[in-house]
Design a protein around this ligand. Structure first.
Ligand code: PSV
Ligand code: MN
Ligand code: MN
Length: 406
C-alpha cells in the first residue's frame, strides 16, 4: 500500500471527523490471545483429522503461537488448557514463552474429559466428584500463579439430556458453592471469567445456559468474577452486541472467546460468516471506551480478548493470523464511527441517520490504515503473505503427523 493511499484515506477520514492517529493508539491496545488448543489436531464428533507439522507438546504450541504474534503484532499471549497443556515445570513453560516474545494468558481448567464428570463436575450429586472438580480448579489457580497469569477462564460442560434427569436448583447451588470456594482462593490480581453456552454436550439443559445465569453467579461471587462471551454460544439471531453493552454498563464484561458460528458452536474463523456482527460488538466496546463514566471505561479497557477456534481443515497458523486480522479489521472500522454524529442522530430520533453513522464506518476499506499501523509498529505489513514466505510452515513439517490433539 502506497503512502498516497494512506494520505488519501487520512484526508477522507479527517473530513468525517475521525483522527487516524487516535485510532492507531487504540489499535495498539487491542491484543487478542490465541488458544493453545487451536494449534493442535482437531476435528468433529465424527473424526479428528491429523495434519502434518502439528506441535507435539505445549512448548511447540507456544512456538506456533509466537509466529502469529510475530506477524500480526497483536497476539502476544496464549491461553492454555489443563491438562491438555500439562507440563512438569510450569516455570519452564513461562520462560519458554518469554523467550519467544509471548506470554501465557488465560488458564482454562478442563472439567469435561474425565469419566467422573459424565453426570456433572461441580454440579455432580456425588460430593467426592464435586470435590475433585474443585481441586482441579484450585490446581489451575496454582498453575496461573506459576505462569504469571491472572485470568482463569471457566467453561462447564455440566448439563443434562432429559427432563427429570437432575434437580436444576440443587445443581445451581452446588455450582455456586464450588465457584465460591474457588473465588476465595484467587489472588487479588486474579479474575475468573464465567462462560455460558445454551446447549452441548447437555441438550436438555446446561447449568450456565445464558449470560444472565453467568452474570448472576458473577454478581454473587464478587468483583473478581465476570462474564465471558463466546460468540458461538448463542441461539441464532441473538443480539450479542446488546448483551455486550448491558454487561459493560454493569461492569461485568470479562472477556471474549471469538469465533464464527453458522449453526452451532462451530469454532470457525472469527468474522468468516458475519463480520458485521463482530463489528457491531466491537463498536459497543469502542463507544464504552469513550463513555463519560470512568467505571464503564475501565471495564472496556480491561476486556480479555481471546480466540476460541479449532481449525479442522485449514492450516492452523495462517488460520489464526486470518482471525487476528479479522478482529483488527472490524475494530478499526468500529473506531471510524463518528460518535458525535451517532449521538446527535439518536437524540433527534433520526433512525436512518443513526444507522448511516454505523454503516458508513463498516463500509470503509481500512486496509491503508492497518498497513500503515503495522509498518509503524514493526509487525508484518501483510501478515499472511509474510508468514507464507517465511518458510516456517515448511520447517515444522519435520514434526511429522500425530501431534497433540486440541
Ligand atoms: C466448548 O464449547 C468450548 O468450545 C468452550 O467454548 C470452551 O471455552 C472451549 O471449548 C475450551 O474448553
Ligand atoms: Mn469458549
Ligand atoms: Mn465453545
Amino acid at each position: 500500500m502506497s503512502d498516497r493511499h494512506y494520505t488519501l484515506f487520512e484526508k477522507q477520514q479527517q473530513a468525517r471527523g475521525i483522527d487516524l492517529e487516535a485510532v492507531k493508539k487504540k489499535l495498539q491496545k487491542l491484543q487478542v490471545e490465541t488458544p493453545s488448543w487451536g494449534f493442535g489436531d482437531s476435528g468433529t464428533r465424527f473424526k479428528v483429522f491429523q495434519q502434518e507439522g502439528i506441535p507435539r507438546d505445549p512448548f511447540e504450541k507456544l512456538e506456533d503461537a509466537a509466529q502469529v504474534h510475530k506477524h500480526t503484532g497483536s497476539s502476544p499471549a496464549v491461553a492454555i488448557h489443563i491438562p491438555w497443556d500439562k507440563v512438569d515445570n510450569y516455570k519452564d513453560l513461562k520462560t519458554h514463552a518469554e523467550g519467544l516474545g509471548v506470554s501465557i494468558g488465560a488458564v482454562n481448567p478442563n472439567l469435561f474429559q474425565d469419566d467422573d464428570y459424565k453426570f456433572g463436575s461441580l454440579t455432580n450429586t456425588d460430593p467426592a466428584i464435586r470435590r475433585k472438580a474443585l481441586d482441579h480448579l484450585l490446581e489451575c489457580i496454582d498453575i496461573a500463579r506459576k505462569v504469571d497469569s491472572n485470568v482463569l477462564s471457566l467453561w462447564f460442560a455440566d448439563g443434562t439430556n432429559y427432563p427429570g434427569q437432575a434437580d436444576f436448583r440443587k445443581r445451581k447451588n452446588w455450582m455456586l458453592e464450588g465457584l465460591k470456594s474457588m473465588y476465595d482462593a484467587l489472588d487479588d490480581s486474579m479474575r475468573m471469567l464465567i462462560e455460558y453456552k445454551f446447549f452441548e454436550p447437555g441438550f436438555y439443559h446446561t447449568d450456565f445456559a445464558d449470560w444472565g445465569m453467568a452474570f448472576n453467579a458473577a454478581n454473587k461471587l464478587g468483583s473478581q468474577a465476570e462474564v465471558l462471551v463466546d460468540t458461538g454460544h448463542h441461539p441464532q439471531a441473538t443480539n450479542i452486541e446488546h448483551i455486550v453493552a448491558y454487561l459493560l454498563d454493569e461492569q461485568k464484561l470479562g472477556g471474549f472467546h471469538f469465533n464464527s458460528r453458522k449453526y452451532a458452536d462451530d469454532d470457525l474463523i472469527v468474522g468468516a460468516h458475519d463480520p458485521y456482527e463482530v463489528f457491531l460488538i466491537l463498536q459497543q466496546i469502542v463507544q464504552a471506551e469513550e463513555d463519560p463514566d470512568p467505571a464503564v471505561r475501565k471495564n472496556a479497557e480491561n476486556i480479555a480478548y481471546m480466540l476460541d477456534q479449532c481449525h479442522n481443515l485449514e492450516p492452523k497458523i495462517p488460520a489464526m493470523i486470518r482471525s487476528i486480522e479479522n478482529v483488527q479489521t472490524m475494530y478499526a472500522k468500529a473506531c471510524l464511527v463518528n460518535l458525535e454524529e451517532l449521538r446527535t442522530a439518536q437524540e433527534k430520533q433520526d433512525v436512518l441517520g443513526a444507522e448511516r453513522a454505523i454503516r458508513s464506518a463498516f463500509e470503509a476499506d481500512v486496509t491503508p490504515l492497518l498497513e500503515a499501523f503495522r509498518e509503524e509498529t514493526g509487525a508484518s505489513v501483510k501478515p499472511m503473505d509474510a508468514y507464507y514466505s517465511s518458510g516456517y510452515g515448511e520447517k515444522i513439517l519435520s514434526r511429522g503427523k500425530g501431534g497433540a490433539s486440541w
